[in-house]
Design a binder for this molecule. Structure first.
Ligand code: NAD
Ligand code: GLY
Length: 358
């Protein structure tokens, strides 16, 4: 078991990592009163709800099971959560437990910040992506028809339980999707880590337990270190959006169906790396290392042919990083070093998008 203390906004949030670390003793320590609301979805409820309920014996526990999928990460689902909390007459002594991947975490996190102006939250992330990224850093939110995560807040939990035993039921496609955000940490901040990912891809794909703990711990440390320096994304936190300018536009262009967040980010990272070679000094061998690592993990790097480049460009205009109407990219100057760039013309973007279409 590993414990990382995430010091943020005057709080010290324990991030507990290990195989089988969720238990009655470990979780109940972070619940201040009797009332607990578990928010999860149909798929995760079938697999993991019973055990969590066992750990919460003695508490007044109510469960809301939402439909599964990114397309349900919207205001209407948030309303459902609020309705459920209000109908159950919960008060400010409530603790919400988000049991799920990034969709449930972002949605339940937002509900915990907005219900009665804020109640306690615990994250129990069940996908690799949520364990290495979305459960950490306090970003919550829902999608809007014009763009990803356009409505949300910053809300930190009381504790984060990264229990790798949940990954045993995670389909390989979703596991690989999570690896995309892991590659991101290497590309933007740690060349040694990226090389390790590249060299050990077979062990990682086989979910070798030592490799898994190492990649999760390195990723969590990378995220914590960036967010501790810039909680509200005034500067360097935006670097965590490497690959997301195109990634988010692909997701919204597809109405959040048919592609996972990690897959869309993978395409976006190679796209941003290609721009980086031409406009920001990234060396070809560094581009190749990124491309090769994504390929080793069988992550996609081509834009689905069902979307037009014009539609993608149009949706990039809603990206949260944009300022004064200009599309902002996170570009690499080398592996491990990056910055924001809003000098890439629409014409250039459109031309490059065409070369990325499958
Ligand atoms: P997800 O939550 O949709 O989970 C992926 C799939 O795996 C779903 O079908 C889910 O039901 C299933 N699943 C979850 N845990 C499982 C388990 N243990 N066993 C079997 N199936 C399981 O998607 P995700 O990839 O976890 O998260 C993507 C979301 O995270 C996006 O909405 C993205 O915007 C958000 N995100 C947020 C942040 C942040 O900082 N808040 C960072 C990165 C991504
Ligand atoms: N995943 C981007 C961030 O947390 O800022």
């Amino acid at each position: 078991m590993k414990k990382i203390l995430f010091k943020i906004a005057g709080k010290s949030i324990p991030i507990i990592i290990g195989d089988g670390i969720c238990s009655k003793a470990s979780i109940s320590k972070y619940i201040d009163y009797k009332d607990v609301a578990i928010i999860t979805n149909t798929k995760i409820a079938k697999l993991h709800l019973k055990n969590l309920e066992k750990y919460l014996k003695g508490f007044n526990v109510k469960v809301l099971i939402l439909p599964d999928g990114e397309k349900y990460k919207n205001i209407s689902s948030l309303n459902k959560v609020h309705d459920f909390l209000i109908k159950n007459k919960f008060n400010r002594n409530l603790t919400i437990i988000a049991l799920g991947g990034g969709v449930i975490g972002d949605l339940a996190g937002f509900a915990s910040d907005t219900f009665l102006r804020g109640v306690n939250l615990i994250h129990i992330p069940t996908t690799l992506l949520a364990q290495v990224d979305s459960s950490i850093g306090g970003k919550t939110g829902v999608n809007h028809k014009y763009g990803k995560n356009l409505i949300g807040s910053f809300k930190h939990p009381m504790a984060i339980f990264i229990d790798t035993s949940y990954l045993k039921t995670l389909p390989q496609k979703e596991y690989i999707s999570g690896l995309s955000e892991v590659v991101k940490y290497g590309a933007i901040g740690n060349k040694v880590f990226l090389k390790w990912l590249n060299k050990n891809s077979k062990l990682i794909l086989a979910r070798d337990s030592g490799s898994l703990i190492k990649l999760i711990t390195n990723s969590v440390k990378a995220k914590v270190s960036v967010v501790q320096k810039d909680e509200k994304e005034s500067n360097i936190r935006a670097h965590l959006n490497f690959g997301h300018t195109l990634g988010h536009a692909i997701e919204s262009s597809l109405n959040y169906k048919g592609i996972s967040h990690g897959e869309a980010v993978s395409i976006g990272m190679l796209f941003a790396s290609a721009i980086s070679v031409e406009k920001s000094d990234l060396k070809i061998d560094e581009f190749n290392l990124i491309e090769n690592t994504l390929a080793n993990f069988s992550l996609p790097v081509r834009i689905p042919s069902s979307i037009t480049c014009a539609k993608i460009l149009q949706n990039m205009a809603y990206d949260k990083k944009n300022k004064q109407g200009k599309i902002n990219f996170v570009l690499l100057t080398s592996i491990g070093s990056c910055g924001l760039n809003d000098h890439i013309s629409d014409r250039y973007i459109l031309g490059l998008l065409k070369t990325f279409q499958s």
